[in-house]
Each structure stands twice: as structure tokens, then as C-alpha cells.
Write a protein that binds this ligand. Structure first.
Ligand code: NDP
Length: 241
């Protein structure tokens, strides 16, 4: 059996591509989701990948859920923190609730998932923590003070934890996708896509979820042992750092 990989928000979008790619590489994969039972059931039916429902925003639910995954598949060696939400609003309309929801899921969720797995990874002297941040955590985005703060927080978390994991064989890295062709993008009007979004992307197209999945495969592999604390941008040249 291959290593065990756990992908949060792995039932749809980018996470689903990541889960599929890991499975194709021989990993034993578990995918979590937050509420959409129908999408999760369809995903399991199509891929054979087990799905587990809990909110990454709830620490105790994460600890319990991880225990269940480990009982089913064995110790988790690769964690992909992918689950994320948006609750966009310009700051003068940003409610405390929208602020909290996004911070709880996109930033606290990363702590809640990583913390229960950390002792086991340290004991076994191997781990891969890969967090899907965002270009908007690097450069900020109008109407996304909550999202940009959480995603920038994920990068700080990654850099700090990489230092703690280094001697224990645990690498901690972040990937910052730009615009990726997921369900979310298909709701954008064609005019906005062609006249506003695409001109901002030097390669002239959206990224595909599989392109993020391939970056995850690399960071999860034994070959990437010397890469830790890194922020990998995958945005078609939209924001160069
Ligand atoms: P989707 O909305 O397509 O899928 C999100 C996934 O996360 C779903 O499986 C969803 O579960 C799950 N999820 C949401 N909230 C929770 C929660 N509280 N607990 C557990 N699972 C949860 O997202 P994308 O594929 O578009 O995005 C994936 C990641 O990539 C996110 O972190 C996003 O911020 C980031 N990203 C996306 C970009 C894009 O262009 N799409 C660009 C840059 C970054 P359910 O199906 O039950 O709702």
C-alpha cells in the first residue's frame, strides 16, 4: 500500500483533482467535505475514494474525523489543506459573521487539521503538509479582506511550522493558485471573463485543477524533501513574486 493522504474539501473542485491524482499515484486517499452530500457521494462512486463529512472549522470534529480516517486507512502521512470558502464584500459591508466564517474555515481550519496530525508525523519522522493558499493572500483583493487575511495567514503558518518540522522529516509548504477553472469560475459572465479576467493572466487562460494537483504531487513526494517553508505560485504569471 502507498502512503495515506488526506485531502480536505476533496470532493469537489481543485481538491477533487488533487485526491484523484494522489490515488492515481498509488496513495491511499481520504477526502473530506463540509456539507454537500450529493457531490461527495457522486465523487466516491466515480473514484472509489472514501469521503468523510465534518467541518474543518471545528477542532474536535477534526480530531475525531482524523481518528476515523486513521482507523480506516492507517496513519496520515500527507495532509492537503484545501477546504476553503469565500464570503466576499467590500469592507464597509463586511459583517463580523462573514469575517469569522472565512477565518474559521480558511485559517483556523488549517490549524485544526494540522495540529492533531502533528505528533504522529513527528514520531514517525515523516510528514507532508501542503496548504492551498491563494494569489489573493499574496497580493490582496478588493472585497476580500477576510479571504486575503486568511490566505496570507496560511503562508505565515507554513513558514513557521516548516522550521519546527524540518528536523523531524516533515515538510510544510503552500501553493498559491491564481484563477482556476472550477465550478466557481463558470458562474462568471463571459464578458467579464474575456475583458477583465483573462487580460490579467499573461498565459492567456485559466489554470486547470489538474495543474494544481500536479504541484501537490511533487510536494508530497519523497523527492521534495529539501523543499520546505516554500510558497509555490501557480497563476499563469498573473502576479510574479
Ligand atoms: P470549491 O468550492 O469547488 O470546493 C470547496 C471544497 O471545500 C468542497 O469540497 C467543500 O465541501 C469543502 N469545504 C468548504 N467548507 C468546508 C468546511 N468548513 N469543512 C470541510 N470542507 C469544507 O473550491 P475550489 O476547488 O475552487 O477551491 C479549493 C481551494 O483552493 C480553496 O482553499 C480556495 O480558496 C483555493 N483557491 C481556489 C481558486 C480558484 O480559482 N478556484 C484560486 C485560488 C485558491 P462541500 O462540497 O461539502 O461544500
Amino acid at each position: 500500500m502507498g502512503r495515506v493522504a488526506l485531502v480536505t474539501g476533496g470532493s469537489r473542485g481543485i481538491g477533487a483533482s488533487i485526491a484523484r491524482a494522489l490515488k492515481d499515484k498509488g496513495y491511499s486517499v481520504a477526502a473530506t467535505y463540509g456539507g454537500n452530500d450529493e457531490a461527495a457521494a457522486k465523487f466516491t462512486e466515480e473514484t472509489g475514494i472514501r469521503t468523510y463529512k465534518w467541518s474543518v472549522a471545528d477542532y474536535d470534529a477534526c480530531a475525531d474525523g482524523i481518528a476515523k480516517v486513521e482507523a480506516d486507512l492507517g496513519p496520515v502521512e500527507v495532509l492537503v489543506n484545501n477546504a476553503g470558502i469565500t464570503r466576499d464584500a467590500p469592507f464597509h459591508k463586511l459583517t463580523p459573521e462573514k469575517w469569522r466564517e472565512v477565518i474559521d474555515t480558511n485559517l483556523n481550519g488549517v490549524f485544526n487539521m494540522t495540529h492533531p496530525l502533528w505528533p504522529g508525523m513527528r514520531e514517525r519522522k515523516f510528514g507532508r503538509i501542503i496548504t492551498i493558499s491563494s494569489i489573493n493572500g499574496q497580493k490582496g483583493q478588493f472585497a476580500q479582506a477576510n479571504y486575503s487575511a486568511a490566505k496570507a495567514g496560511d503562508i505565515g503558518f507554513t513558514k513557521a511550522l516548516a522550521q519546527e518540522g524540518a528536523r523531524a522529516g516533515i515538510t510544510v509548504n503552500a501553493i498559491c493558485p491564481g484563477y482556476i477553472n472550477t465550478e466557481m469560475m463558470s458562474t462568471i459572465p463571459e464578458k467579464v471573463m474575456n475583458e477583465v479576467i483573462l487580460p490579467q493572466i499573461p498565459v492567456g487562460r485559466l489554470g486547470e485543477p489538474e495543474e494544481i494537483a500536479r504541484a501537490v504531487l511533487f510536494l508530497a513526494s519523497d523527492d521534495s524533501a529539501f523543499i520546505t517553508g516554500a510558497t509555490l505560485t501557480a497563476n499563469g504569471g498573473q502576479y510574479m513574486i
